[in-house]
Design a binder for this molecule. Structure first.
Ligand code: MRU
Length: 348
């Protein structure tokens, strides 16, 4: 594996899917083996694996497992896998990569002989194409950063959240390799702490220094003039360029606009949903309030407190300075520019 890119979140091994359990990081590196699609759907729901592209790839392998379990794996009709496709699609609602990958697997199933081998090849193609897209976006995004740039990122958008290399963190990796970055700030990302637990671990693994900031400290960080670019990923991008990403992203975009930092979104075309006119139509996942009321299974909130726990928000396109995809870069994306790059659909 190349320099500054040592981590992988999943692997297909001896007819099963192995997932690095991201709930346990950074304390323990433990791999979970899934041998049926139900275990895969559960792992996505429970965030053993998370990050928009990574859950798409994971679901694709889940379809392979569902096909392998059919009574006659050499003759499979789409209807036989319908239950598995629905279970996997329903595992998490916001990241469109999940439905996009399942759509590719469904199309592949209706194409001819040796379905299991064909489905496995398609899952591997989705896996490989995501890594290639990330490397390309890394180059395109890094080219926007002047030498000496100080960057702030949110959540975990790295190798752990993708096939490898990462989206926003891929840009940071590449710009770091080019020595164009002097400071990497990561917000801790309450309540699941993807920044503190995962981004800090991944960057440490790859030899890149990181400075953590509390989510509530990011406005001061920017008003102090310490950030040139905020660089984030996305879970779904609507046809007008509105971006759904980890809760807190919208606040970062507002602060960036107020304090003269630029705001970059990095996402593969599998994250673009041209069927939705704008961000209002993007389904926002709400998770169990316990994730907010407790940390590591230990209750921290006062007894009786309830929780409102949306885990994504929508940043309006007008706050996005650059949208980096593997197909190219859009400055200040809008409906017309999105249509030019993606037509009526996205993905392949
Ligand atoms: O809830 P998560 O951890 O799956 O959320 C992940 C994010 O919001 C990432 O920023 C997004 O998936 C883009 S990462 C490639």
């Amino acid at each position: 594996m190349p320099e500054f890119d040592q981590v992988r979140p999943l692997r297909w091994q001896e007819g099963g899917l192995e997932l690095l359990d991201q709930r346990l990081l950074p304390g323990r590196e433990h791999w979970i083996r899934c041998t049926d699609h139900k275990a895969v759907a559960q792992a996505i729901r429970d965030m053993v694996v998370r990050g928009a592209p990574a859950i798409g790839v994971t679901a694709a392998y889940g379809v392979v497992l569902a096909a392998m379990a059919q009574p006659d794996p050499e003759h499979i009709e789409v209807e036989q896998l319908e239950g598995a496709l629905v279970l996997l699609a329903d595992a998490r609602p916001t990241a469109v990569n999940l439905g996009w990958a399942l759509g590719r697997m469904r199309d592949c199933l209706s194409e001819g002989a040796q379905p299991v081998a064909r489905l496995l090849r398609e899952a591997e193609a989705i896996h490989d194409e995501d890594l290639a897209a990330n490397r390309r976006m890394g180059g395109l995004g890094a080219a926007l950063l002047e030498p000496g740039s100080r960057v702030l990122t949110h959540c975990n958008t790295g190798s752990l959240a993708t096939s490898g290399f990462g989206t926003a963190l891929g840009v940071i990796r590449e710009a770091w390799r080019q020595q164009h970055i002097t400071e990497i700030y990561a917000s801790e990302t309450r309540p699941w702490l993807q920044g503190a637990r995962l981004t800090a671990w991944e960057l440490g693994r790859d030899g890149m220094p990181v400075t953590l900031v509390a989510d509530g400290a990011t406005a001061l960080l920017m008003s102090s003039g310490l950030v040139d670019w905020v660089i984030v990923g996305a879970d779904r991008i609507a046809a007008n360029g509105d971006v759904a990403n980890k809760i807190g992203t919208y606040s970062l975009a507002l602060h960036a606009r107020s304090h003269g930092a630029r705001f970059m979104v990095v996402a593969p075309s599998s994250t673009v949903d041209m069927s939705l006119p704008d961000g209002d139509a993007i389904p926002i996942e709400h998770r169990d309030g316990e994730e907010l009321l407790s940390i590591g299974g230990q209750r921290i909130a006062a007894a009786g407190a309830r929780a409102w726990n949306p885990v994504f928000d929508v940043t309006p396109a007008r706050l996005v300075d650059a949208l980096v995809t593997e197909r190219g870069v859009l400055d200040q994306p809008d409906s017309a520019a999105m249509r030019t790059l993606f037509g009526d659909g996205a993905g392949r």
